[in-house]
Every structure is written in structure tokens, then in C-alpha cells.
Design a protein around this ligand. Structure first.
Ligand SMILES: C[S@@+](CC[C@H](N)C(=O)[O-])C[C@H]1O[C@@H](n2cnc3c(N)ncnc32)[C@H](O)[C@@H]1O
Length: 266
């Protein structure tokens, strides 16, 4: 049996298809491709793996791709080529950091389901419920908070989310979104990062620096938006202050969610 530390590296145990020697697996928003290559190493070389992403910038050089791994540029909101549809046993998504309304996410999930064979599984890992904490009495978390609050501009869209699930919601529940799109055997795991961070040295510090860098990256996109109030200088100042706050123990927590559902056989 595997534990919390393995949650990122594998599929939920319900997904037995990954043990098939001919399993075909897609990774959407594959980014730096590291996860897909790790998974490919851990499964038989007769399985096939495809990474899809909006951009090819993080793909490894083509001559280094293992023979059973390939990468394609594709926007998950757009229909996939007929040659790809209905051919995958598992479609995995991890930490898609983009902002969209809930209806757009539902549209992307419906689009990803088209990739699955009947009986195939969709697995989506993302995070929600971000919060900031002090470790030392009397220290500031103002800069980190200003960066968090800066994301409010992204939240001006009707019912927006960053990733699938920036905020916990009961209306509708994520599982019901999956069920509403026709998936069955839907299951959701939720892990608290506070618990996960106890498992690895410096994980609180590293995780907080990573998330602040990721949020600053989102804010950089606002520098060219008229009236946003975001400038390169403001971002640089906040970055330095936020890193000093993290040095004095400010940390963040989130919930990591893994939700799966299976396409009906019929
Ligand atoms: C935070 S990275 C996560 C990368 C990887 N999945 C991981 O877990 O390490 C988010 C990735 O999602 C990709 N992405 C964002 N929107 C996308 C879309 N509409 N279609 C495909 N990929 C998208 C981005 O280009 C980026 O590579």
C-alpha cells in the first residue's frame, strides 16, 4: 500500500487500467513533462503516453523522447483530432493554472472525456482553499497577502476558478460536475497540505515560495492591462518583501484534491 507521499506520482487505486500492458495514457497541461516521464518509467514499456500542452516551451528535445512517449501542442478547450478521440484508457490532468468560469471548465472536462475509450478514466489533480499563516508572533504577512489579494482581479469573471477548484464549493460539488457530464464511479480525495508538509523537510517553506512565484506570474500578466494597478516595479518590490516574510516563517496552506470518474461502457 502506498501513502500520502505517493499521491502525486500515481493514479488512484480504482484506476486498474494503468496496469494493462497496452494502456494508453494522456497528460493534459503536461508542462515540464516530468510527471509523465516518471509515470512512463514506472509502467511497462508497451504502454503509450502522450503529453498535451498549450505551449511546447517545456517539452524535452524531440530526440530525447522515449519511443513510447510523445508531446503535442493542444488547447484542452478545443476539440481533439478524430485520430485521438476514444483512444485513451486514462486522461490525467494536474495543476492547470489558468482562470476560467465554471462553465468553461465543464466544457474542457467534456472535451477531455472525448479522448477516453468507453470504460476509461479521467483523473484531475488540483488545489483549492489557499490560506496564509504566521509562525512567529508579530511578523508581517502583508506582502504575501497583497499578492493573494491581487488575484481578485482574476476573480472578477463570473464564477471564476483558478485551476479546477480555487475555492471549495458545494454548489455544485465537483463530484456532481463530473457526474453531470456522464462520468460514473466518481471519487474524490482531499489532502491538507498542512499534513503533507509534515512529511518532507522544508516543505512549508518551499511550497510557499513556489505558490508566491506562481501567483506573481499570474500578476505579471496584468502589467499590460490598462487600469489594473500592477506594474513591474510593484511586483518586484512585493516579491522581495514576500520572500523576507517567508524567511521569518510566513507559510501558506492549501487542499490538494484528486477527483476521478469513469466513462460509461455503453
Ligand atoms: C502549473 S503547470 C502544471 C504542469 C504539470 N501538469 C505539473 O503538474 O507539473 C500548468 C500547465 O498547464 C498548461 N495549460 C494551461 N491552460 C491550458 C490549456 N487550456 N490547454 C492545455 N494546457 C494548458 C500550461 O501551459 C502549463 O504548462
Amino acid at each position: 500500500m502506498t501513502g500520502l507521499q505517493d499521491r502525486n506520482r500515481e493514479f488512484l487505486p480504482h484506476i486498474e487500467d494503468t496496469r494493462k500492458p497496452t494502456a494508453k495514457i494522456a497528460d493534459i497541461g503536461t508542462g515540464s513533462e516530468a510527471w509523465l516521464l516518471d509515470v512512463a518509467k514506472s509502467l511497462p514499456s508497451t504502454c503509450q503516453f502522450t503529453g498535451f500542452d498549450l505551449r511546447s516551451s517545456a517539452f524535452p528535445p524531440r530526440d530525447t523522447w522515449p519511443s513510447n512517449v510523445s508531446f503535442n501542442i493542444h488547447d484542452m478547450y478545443l476539440p481533439f483530432p478524430a485520430s485521438e478521440r476514444g483512444t485513451y484508457d486514462v486522461v490525467a490532468v494536474r495543476f492547470i493554472s489558468s482562470v476560467a468560469g465554471r462553465e468553461e471548465w465543464a466544457r474542457s472536462i467534456a472535451n477531455l472525456i472525448t479522448l477516453l475509450k468507453p470504460g476509461g478514466w479521467l483523473q484531475w489533480i488540483d488545489s483549492c482553499n489557499f490560506a496564509l499563516y504566521n509562525s512567529m508572533p508579530g511578523t508581517s504577512r502583508a506582502a504575501c497577502q497583497e499578492i493573494y489579494d491581487g488575484l481578485d482581479l482574476f476573480r472578477d469573471k463570473a464564477d471564476p476558478v483558478i485551476g479546477l477548484m480555487m475555492q471549495e464549493t458545494k454548489n455544485p460539488r465537483r463530484e456532481d460536475v463530473f457526474r453531470g457530464l456522464g462520468l460514473v464511479d466518481v471519487h474524490e480525495d482531499v489532502f491538507s497540505s498542512d499534513r503533507l508538509q509534515d512529511l518532507e523537510a522544508n516543505a512549508r517553506d518551499k511550497g510557499t515560495r513556489n505558490i508566491i512565484a506562481c501567483f506573481l506570474g499570474c500578476l505579471e500578466g496584468l502589467v499590460t492591462v490598462d487600469g489594473s494597478g500592477w506594474t513591474a516595479e510593484r511586483i518586484e518590490r512585493l516579491k522581495e518583501e514576500a520572500m523576507r516574510e517567508i524567511d521569518s516563517g510566513v507559510y501558506h496552506t492549501l487542499n490538494q484534491v484528486c477527483i476521478i470518474g469513469r466513462k460509461c461502457e455503453a
